[in-house]
Design a protein around this ligand. Structure first.
Ligand code: CTP
Ligand code: MG
Length: 231
């Protein structure tokens, strides 16, 4: 008899937020009455899609234990790593023994607090029977240029370029093995790239444009605006 396939969430949250230039990692900055990471995690938990959410947290992080959500029964804490991919692998390992090899894992950046239940459920519904999995992505509205320094050398065919967002949805065992094989490779900036390296072709699923990543100071005001619009 087939065991039902379950979904798990993994949240890398062990970055320092260098580009944000704040006094603390960006996931702990205030946004609409809570910290960024509290929005992200409560949206994942409240979507009802996941058995548990494994969060990778830096071992020196003094902010995490202060948050009520760190004690939530569905939230599992794992030690963060040097790069994002190391943090994701660490959180995957924290699910060992609970997650089945064929279960789905949705990896979502702590720094994307505007994620909607719509996007989560649409991604899962679109890919649940897929062999490999895939990612939320956005097309580009701007004309894209290839450059050499500041000189334009070509106009890129926009129909072939998509911007990778999160969540990124892959099979537990396949993702763990792909990240393990690629350990230390700086080209692995998201989960999909680790699977691409194996010659696989993850799918793209069009996501919502309000699922922004807080990266620079001006992004907080934009996230606040999107949250107000979502209500
Ligand atoms: N992340 C992580 N472990 C790392 C680096 C990043 O878990 N060693 C997480 C971040 O906390 C963030 C997500 O990966 O939620 C996306 O990374 P990014 O936006 O680059 O965040 P930071 O690395 O913190 O920011 P910066 O690159 O500006 O320093
Ligand atoms: Mg980074």
């Amino acid at each position: 008899m087939n065991k039902t396939i379950q979904c798990w969430a993994v949240v890398p949250a062990a970055g320092v937020g260098k580009r944000m230039q704040a006094d603390r990692p960006k996931q702990y900055l205030p946004l609409a009455g809570k910290t960024v990471i509290e929005h992200t995690l409560s949206r994942l938990v409240q979507s009802g899609a996941f058995q548990a959410v494994a969060v990778a947290i830096s071992v020196e992080d003094p902010y995490w234990p202060e948050l009520e959500i760190s004690q939530h029964p569905q939230v599992i804490t794992a030690p963060g790593g040097k790069e994002r991919a190391d943090s994701v692998l660490s959180a995957l390992k924290a699910l060992q023994g609970q997650a089945d090899e064929n279960d789905w894992v949705l990896v979502h950046d702590a720094a994307r607090p505007c994620l909607t239940s719509d996007d989560i459920h649409n991604l899962i519904a679109t890919l649940k029977d897929d062999a490999v999995g895939g990612i939320l992505a956005l097309s580009s509205h701007d004309t894209l240029k290839q450059v050499d320094g500041h000189n334009i050398t070509a106009t890129v065919d926009r129909s072939q370029i998509w911007r990778a967002l999160t969540p990124q949805m892959f099979r537990y065992g396949m993702l763990r093995d792909a990240l393990q094989d690629a350990e230390g490779n700086p080209a692995i900036t998201d989960e999909a790239s680790a699977l691409e390296l194996l010659g696989l072709q993850p799918k793209i699923v069009e996501g919502r444009p309000d699922n922004i990543k807080i990266t620079r100071p001006e992004d907080l005001a934009l996230a606040q605006f999107y949250m107000e619009q979502q209500q």
